[in-house]
Write a protein that binds this ligand. Structure first.
Ligand SMILES: Cc1ncc(COP(=O)(O)O)c(C=O)c1O
Length: 450
């Protein structure tokens, strides 16, 4: 499939007309125009909302998919073993992403789990991982009794800091899981170079990064294996679902066997028919049909998200104390599962982030505070002191893990991050102006928030 791409310059040009219009309608001294925003009462204090209307809902349903789904139900061919749709989706997704092979799975979590297994990452091993991610990334690692070793984040990129990876490598380290969080591509050259030097496997967690690009190639096709999620909130939603992308036939055959109760696949020796200790992590036919329907819109949606995100980047950075994400070295296209920026409270009279978020929500701009300091979540200690972990890892290694679990970059990021959902980025230019105006209004009225 032909790749549709909006360069940074094109996207800025596409949004510049809207920007000029917004400048006229945005009477703030921040933009050198006579100001009245600071005279307006904040909605949290009983004033009028900047954005009283609604935001685009998610997901969208295309009714033209319905006859095919009804036909599939009537045929009774509901599972991949006797139907063709899952295999058809795999072929289409591999083509779209520029990968040799795709395996569809029940979810992103199961895709990660199979990938670890297929690459020989086992109980008692250690995996390097970013703590700034959805909890599923490292839940999977714990679940397989592998020790996740958190690498500090770069607060500017919201991503794993490549300069901090090598210092965390130990004797039992076998893999790195870089997470393209929010659809922001990780500096994969740095990650892959370190992996090659230390003989580590690379499993990309691209569960939020459908069609993101690094040096013009899709995120999720740059490591040994790349994992995706198609859960309902995702850009390619099917309620649940996942996929693994890879270019090595033997590895992908192993993934297939592992997700299908261990059944032989591809060129494997048949023997008993079950050469692997696999499990059932298969995708259903209905999921594949939904995904093929949703695939028709993803490129166009991503173009809209990108144009709006670039517009926000330019306008938000004019407000003191608002710092949009920075793309990592080599990243050529982000896809914004969430749009992230950092809130520097010192520029807002030390108003806590929670209060800023409450004020922005009150203005009709839904937003969240990003991920918490997950390397310190209580369940981690429960795992480390569990019977299984104590058997697999020495007391001195677990003590050292606790002592080294200090991540100042990630702490800063968690303290400062604020996010908008991907569906808000499908809104109009005037919606984006409302986001900017609401934040500028809070800035202008920061004294009234204390
Ligand atoms: C970064 C990341 N990793 C892994 C997962 C797990 O995917 P799933 O929910 O499909 O199991 C998600 C899902 O939200 C995710 O966002």
């Amino acid at each position: 499939m032909k790749m549709r791409k909006l360069s940074r310059r094109q996207a800025i040009a596409a949004t510049s007309a809207g920007f000029a219009g917004a400048m006229l309608g945005f009477p703030s001294r921040l933009f050198g125009i006579k100001n009245n925003l600071q005279l307006k009462k904040l909605a949290i204090n009983g004033g009028e909302k900047v954005h009283p209307g609604s935001w685009p809902r998610w997901p969208y349903w295309d009714q033209s998919a319905e006859p095919g789904i009804v036909e599939m139900f009537r045929s009774g061919r509901w599972w991949r073993g006797n139907g063709e749709y899952v295999a058809e989706f795999e072929k289409k997704y591999a083509e779209l992403m520029g990968a040799k092979r795709c395996l569809a799975t029940a979810s992103g979590s199961t895709a990660l789990m199979i990938s670890l297994d297929a690459l020989g990452v086992e109980a008692g091993d250690e995996v390097l991982i970013s703590p700034y991610t959805f909890i599923a990334t490292y839940n999977v690692v714990f679940y397989r009794k592998i020790l996740p070793v958190f690498v500090d984040s770069d607060p500017e990129t919201f991503l794993i800091d490549p300069a901090k990876i090598e210092e965390r490598i130990k004797e039992r380290t076998t893999a790195i899981i870089p997470v393209h969080i929010y659809g922001l591509p990780v500096d994969m050259d740095s990650v892959n170079n370190i992996a090659r030097k230390h003989n580590l496997k690379v499993i990309e967690d691209a569960c939020q990064a459908w069609l993101a690009e690094y040096r013009g190639k899709r995120a999720g096709t740059l490591g040994d294996l790349g994992c995706f999620s198609f859960q309902n909130s995702k850009h390619l939603p099917a309620g649940e679902g996942g996929a693994i992308l890879g270019n090595n036939d033997d590895t992908m055959d192993r993934c297939h066997a592992l997700h299908n109760c261990g059944r032989a696949y591809g060129n494997m020796e048949r023997g008993s028919g079950y050469p692997y200790r696999g499990i059932n992590f298969r995708m259903q036919q209905i999921q594949a049909l939904i995904l093929m329907s949703q695939m028709k819109r993803i490129e166009q949606d991503n173009d809209v998200r990108l144009a709006n995100a670039l517009y926000l980047d330019n306008r938000l950075r004019e407000i003191p104390g608002i710092v949009p994400y920075r793309l990592a070295q080599g990243a050529t296209r982000a896809v914004y599962h969430l749009y992230p920026f950092r809130y520097i409270k010192e520029q807002f009279n030390d108003i806590p982030k929670t209060k800023f978020i409450a004020a922005l929500n009150a203005e009709g701009i839904p937003c969240g505070g990003g991920y918490g300091k997950q390397n310190k979540d209580g369940l981690i200690e429960e795992q480390l002191s569990s019977k299984g972990f104590k058997r697999l890892f020495s007391e001195s290694r677990l003590k050292q893990w606790r002592e080294e679990n200090v991540l100042p970059g990630n702490d800063q990021l968690c303290d400062q991050a604020v996010t908008f959902s991907q569906s808000m980025l499908l809104g109009s230019k005037s919606d984006m102006d409302d986001i900017v105006n609401a934040i500028a209004k809070i800035y202008e009225n920061r004294n009234s928030l204390i």
